[in-house]
Design a protein around this ligand. Structure first.
Ligand code: NI
Length: 272
């Protein structure tokens, strides 16, 4: 018996204003026992903090998404460290590089990314990494920073070339799969999900984005992480229950500030 954890969702987004609580109930009824709501602007940290405070099975992170790196270039390391003192904060980020949209200059994205790495190192909390079409620079920065002092991290919503995942695993990172792994054309990603060592695997929704099949194209919600887990279980040739046990153990090992007892603690949370 096991619960799944949605290791990356954005519960504060307005997409969920009408039915946030009902949506969490629906997820619990599908076997999801824990949720990590990911901050994208340090200045809006209070929103994720409030959602975590309202639900004993919801935790949060603090950080600046690369899309917002320019507008938060003045957010200091101390600002992040201060927010991270809240015990509901289980990670730093999401931070990283996004060269697909390039919404902030690349040098600013890199500087903000490195500040978040330092915050992860100082707090001992894992860094949630967003990397899109930026494989080489992401690997270069991570390897460089790892050489300066250890930190833990996850490559979230992994959709890059497999080489980045393997370079990440080489330096101790985790790899998290979203609904993209269920898409028809994602053969390369499914091959990777099959090949990676089981102790590196996480699952997430990245809701409200990227709903897995069979809800592709609709608003995503945390309950759908089960559909992503089912596809990964299938390619790895294991039962869903086993995949849930493995990924939840990994999530609790990485996001170690999240108490084990919190998972499945809210009534209505079924096991798989
Ligand atoms: Ni995200």
């Amino acid at each position: 018996m096991a619960h799944l954890i949605d290791s990356h969702c954005h519960l504060d987004f307005p997409d969920f204003d009408a039915d946030r609580d009902e949506m969490l109930s629906r997820a619990r009824a599908r076997g999801i026992g824990g949720f990590i709501t990911i901050n994208t602007r340090v200045r809006r940290f209070a929103a994720v903090q409030a959602i975590a405070a309202a639900h004993p099975d919801v935790f949060c992170t603090v950080g600046t998404h690369p899309h917002n790196a320019a507008e938060e270039a003045d957010v200091s390391l101390e600002d992040i460290l201060e927010a991270a003192r809240d015990p509901q904060v289980v990670g730093i980020g999401e931070a990283g590089l996004d060269y697909h949209y390039d919404r902030a200059p690349r040098d600013v994205q890199e500087a903000v990314f490195r500040t978040h790495i330092e915050a992860a190192r100082r707090t001992g909390l894992p860094l949630v990494i967003h990397s899109r079409e930026a494989e080489e620079d992401t690997a270069r920065i991570l390897e460089d920073e790892m050489g300066k002092g250890a930190f833990t991290a996850v490559l979230h919503c992994f959709s890059s070339r497999p080489e980045l995942a393997w370079r990440g695993v080489e330096i101790g990172l985790f790899v998290s799969f979203s609904g993209i792994v269920t898409f028809k054309k994602s053969d390369e990603l499914r091959e990777l999900a099959k090949a990676l060592p089981e102790d590196r695997l996480l699952v997430e929704t990245d809701a409200p984005y990227l709903a897995p099949v069979p809800n592709r194209g609709r608003r995503n919600e945390p309950g759908y992480v089960r559909d992503t887990a089912e596809v990964i279980a299938e390619v790895r040739g294991v039962a869903l229950r086993e995949l849930a046990e493995v990924t939840t153990r990994n999530a609790l090992g990485l996001f170690s500030r999240m108490p084990v007892q919190a998972v499945g603690s809210v009534s209505g949370a079924v096991e798989i």
